[in-house]
Design a binder for this molecule. Structure first.
Ligand SMILES: Nc1ncnc2c1ncn2[C@@H]1O[C@H](COP(=O)(O)OP(=O)(O)OP(=O)(O)O)[C@@H](O)[C@H]1O
Ligand SMILES: [Mg+2]
Length: 256
């Protein structure tokens, strides 16, 4: 898939059933190809729902959603997904886990051997391709999951709190590595997180959603040069972004 564009016009999503929750309301956003977009918002505001709609795993109930200018009805090809828990298959080696999407796409894994080498090297796991997931630390497993999401050159990478289960130090490292990987792959990324600092550090654009039903409160463009060292988080410029977003959250708890 080519690097994806995403366009939502008054997108709303209500889950079916008598007490069907309205998860998203009137979301309008235009994401050009190759942007790194962080999505922030209180628990239950519809962040995962938004990702699932983009992935074609949920139908929207009103408005329009276009990925590469085409309406989404079923999972489009060329999407990589990473979740909070890595979902590696314990009985497969790391290499065999990484080529899974290739097998699903009915392509030959042997043709991807070099790609797997490249990805393992990119995330610092070259020596672990023949290991099983249980032999890796939490951060290493999550890096393997990122390789798996990237193996078939997705034009769109959807990440739903991928580092939520990691300790603070590993999470910092993963943030730095993810930025580096993205600067090489240059695909479009939607990255859901609860961390304001993480969201700003990684993003070109931060979408802040309101409490349920999730509305788009504000879209903030992060204008900090890349590559961003982790220490950028201690700068005044960075602090302006995080305190502004924290202000939005304060506003939500007052009004919400
Ligand atoms: N499959 C489903 N069927 C019915 N309701 C659902 C379903 N999935 C989510 N919801 C509801 O939709 C709302 C939004 O859920 P969603 O998982 O998108 O929130 P979230 O922003 O990702 O929250 P969190 O930060 O806790 O992960 C919630 O009220 C939830 O109860
Ligand atoms: Mg969620």
């Amino acid at each position: 898939m080519k690097v994806a564009t995403i366009r939502a016009q008054s997108l709303s999503k209500q889950y079916p059933g008598a007490r069907g929750v309205v998860a998203l309301s009137e979301i309008t956003v235009d994401i050009p190809a190759g942007r790194f977009v962080s999505i922030l918002g209180p628990s239950g505001c519809g962040k995962s729902t938004f990702l699932r709609c983009v992935a074609g795993l949920e139908d929207i109930t009103a408005g329009e959603l276009l990925v590469n200018e085409a309406e989404v009805h079923s999972p489009p090809h060329g999407i990589g997904m990473v979740f909070q828990r890595d979902a590696l298959l314990e009985w497969r080696t790391i290499r065999k886990n990484i080529v899974l999407p290739v097998e699903f796409a009915k392509k030959r894994p042997v043709d991807y051997a070099e790609k797997v080498d490249y990805l393992l090297d990119l995330v610092g796991l070259s020596d672990f391709g023949r290991c099983y997931p249980r032999e890796l630390s939490g951060g290493m497993r999550q890096r393997a999951a990122i390789c798996r999401a990237l193996v078939d050159d997705p034009g769109l990478l959807l990440m739903d709190e991928p580092f939520g289960a990691l300790d603070a130090f590993t999470r910092d490292q993963m943030n730095f590595e993810l930025q580096r990987i993205w600067m090489e792959t240059k695909n479009t990324v939607l990255f859901v997180t609860h961390g304001i600092s993480e969201a700003v550090y990684l993003a070109d654009v931060v979408m802040v959603l309101s409490p349920r039903p999730g509305r788009l409160m504000e879209t903030i463009t992060v204008d900090l040069p890349r590559p961003r060292p982790l220490a950028v988080r201690e700068t005044l410029d960075f602090g302006h972004y995080t305190s502004h977003i924290r202000g939005l959250f304060d506003q939500m708890s007052v009004t919400g």
